[in-house]
Ligand binder design. Sequence first.
Ligand code: DGL
Length: 259
Amino acid sequence: MASIGIMDSGVGGLSVMREIVKIIPDADCIYFADNAYCPYGEKAPEFILSRCRAVTDMMLSEGVQAMVLACNTATAAAINQLRQTYGIPFVGMEPAIKPAALMTRSGTVGVLATAGTLKGSKYQGTKHRIEGSVRIVECVGRGFVELVEACEFSGDHAEKVVAASLQPLLDAGADTIVLGCTHYPFLLDTMRKIAPEGTRFIDPAPAVASHLLDVLVGNGIDPKSGSGSRKFLCSGPENALKRLAGTIFNTDNISRSDV
Ligand code: DGL
């Protein structure tokens, strides 16, 4: 039975799970929102790694055969060590600056992500390889995760918070904006209100879902073999998960877990 564990610091990873269930609808999915410790953005990599280990141990006891770190920050902090420790495949997130570099017409790509992701060695390495052919400007999406966790996706306050980080990228000439945090796609409507028409926003979630499909097949896991069940767990309050997962996946299988 294809069984997938998906984790994030909060509800952001639902933007990835949404794409996963589109192309792997039969897989059994368990989603974990580590919202007792959200945001991860400025936390020490060692702490994030210890949370990922605790969640992975719980997921393994539930029988998952593959893990998705639906969190750019956790991927930057922990995926290499997790791959070395566990005998199951791990799929992670990385800001999609390569496709953005191919798409930009202005020659400037903007990256919105957490501080932890922007500092990560994988992102820095990709950036150095690409820089030169295009200019890359970055900004931490300050307050974005908090907005999404509060289910505040639009309105005057959300616009003000989003503009404070997005506008500097637009002012620097970016016409293509990479969403380097899985929470940010939930603020897309607000971003589109602020950005000039024609600005492109790149969400890597569909590409990650299709990579996961390849990884399952490559590891001999039949993606059609599950029953399509969905279970949602969180380490903190259930409100945001109830609201977002409830709406996207039409479910009430949401509960608190003391991982
Ligand atoms: N959704 C996460 C990411 O992709 C984590 C954001 C946070 O907790 O700071 O980076």
